[in-house]
Each structure stands twice: as C-alpha cells, then as structure tokens.
Design a protein around this ligand. Structure first.
Ligand code: URA
Length: 239
C-alpha cells in the first residue's frame, strides 16, 4: 500500500468516526505512514504533495458523486499560497473542465480576489469543500462532505496557507464545524486550529468567511458586506 493510500484510509476512518460521534469532523495529525515499497527499500516516504492529492481526488470513489461527475475538481493555484480559497462544490462548467470556479461565479470570484491583490496565478490556491459536482448543483449531503473533507485537510496541511477564505455557508460551516448561518459567520476572523498535538509549525491559520459569489449574483445587496469582509482580509494580509 502506498503512504497516500494509508493516509487516506486513516483520514476516512477518523472523519467517519468524528461525524458519527459529534456531527462534525475535527482536524487531527495524520499518522506518518511510509510507502510499503519505500519502507521495504529503507527509503523514508517524502511526504504529501498537491499533485498526489489531486491524483487521489481524480480516482476517488468514496461517495456516490463519483458516478455522476464528468471530472473531479481538485483545485488549482500556487504551491505556497498566501490565501487558500474554499468554495462549496463544482458547478457544471467546473465539472466539464476539471477546474474550480471557471463559470459565472468563478469570474466574479476572480474579480473579487483581484480587488484585494489576490489571484490563483500569483498567491492563492482555490479549491472546494466537495470536489465533485452534486447533481443539479444541490448542496452536498453530509455524507458527501464527510467523504471529501480528508482531501481538504491534506490540502491545507500540504500547501500551508497564511490565511483561509471561505466562500459561503457550506465552506464556512464545514471549516468551523458549526451550523451557524453565514450571516453570523462572515466578516470575523477565526482561527482554524490544527491538532495541537501535531507539533506542526503553523498550528493555527486565521480564517475569514464571506458570501459565496453565486449569492452575490442572485442578490446584489450582498456585494457591499462581501467587499467589507474582503477589505478586512486585505488589511490582515498587509500586516
Ligand atoms: N461554486 C463553487 O462553490 N465552486 C466552484 O468551483 C464553482 C462554483
């Protein structure tokens, strides 16, 4: 078994247990596995990479969405992002292209990020809470989110962003492990805390949530508060 297989299996079991026990997942240190072949050769496993995670996402069959997707959408951006942007789930254009936020909401997201000097080509990594499109763009089911969250955890641990920006309710509730509405979660900095026992250098990452660009396309009155939220992130990025 490869180290990635073992990591994914352990994360799936942990996450399923968390959901059954608490209704939310929690971040925990992934055990350090070695690739069986590497271990047999006495070579330490070098670690996870965005490419390895993307490969695992593309071949994932952990929930029913794999049967209805065209392409899984792992995410894209720079390897060491200042900001990890997390959306909900791919829509139809993302499903066809295998890239995140490339439809109408994505074009608005790119403009919102540009307003605070961020972009996927220079200083962000953009991904989703759930990596495959739910049919008809419905909200992902709890079981789908539970199956997919281990990938998000691996991405966070691998790209180590300075900040996390959650776009919309699903991303914010998943990351903050709460049922609170986006109207109350947005615009405030939280700390996304990785397992304190991990001994990781960055045990805590500042996280802010705002409205999803799709919500802004439906309701223009949300644009002003969303802009206020982004300005708060911009200010923190300068310090
Ligand atoms: N909405 C999302 O949340 N993510 C995408 O990738 C596209 C639309």
């Amino acid at each position: 078994m490869t180290a990635e297989d073992k990591t994914r299996l352990a994360a799936l079991l942990d996450t399923a247990g968390d959901f059954l026990r608490d209704g939310h997942w929690r971040d925990r240190e992934a055990p350090a596995f070695e690739d069986d072949a590497a271990a047999a050769r006495g070579i330490a496993y070098a670690g996870d990479t965005p490419e390895a995670i993307a490969g695992d996402i593309r071949s994932c069959s952990a929930c029913g969405l794999c049967e209805v997707r065209i392409l899984a959408v792992p995410g894209e951006g720079v390897r060491q992002p200042r900001v990890l942007v997390i959306g909900e789930a791919p829509g139809s254009e993302e499903d066809e292209k295998g890239r995140p936020f490339v439809g109408p909401a994505g074009r608005l997201l790119d403009r919102m990020l540009a307003g605070i000097a961020l972009s996927r080509s220079t200083n962000c990594f953009i991904t989703n809470t759930v990596k495959c499109r739910p049919p008809g763009n419905r909200v992902p089911l709890p079981a789908e989110t539970a199956a997919c969250v281990p990938f998000l955890i691996r991405q966070i641990r691998t790209v180590r962003p300075a900040f996390i920006l959650c776009m919309g309710r699903v991303a914010a509730q998943t990351m903050l492990r709460t049922d609170e509405g986006i109207g109350r979660l947005r615009g405030t900095f939280f700390e996304y805390t990785m397992d304190a026992a991990s001994g990781a250098a960055a045990a805590s990452i500042p996280l802010i949530a705002t409205y999803h660009p799709s919500a802004l396309l439906r309701d223009a009155s949300l644009k002003r508060p969303a802009w206020e939220d982004l300005k708060k992130l911009f200010t923190r990025l300068q310090t």
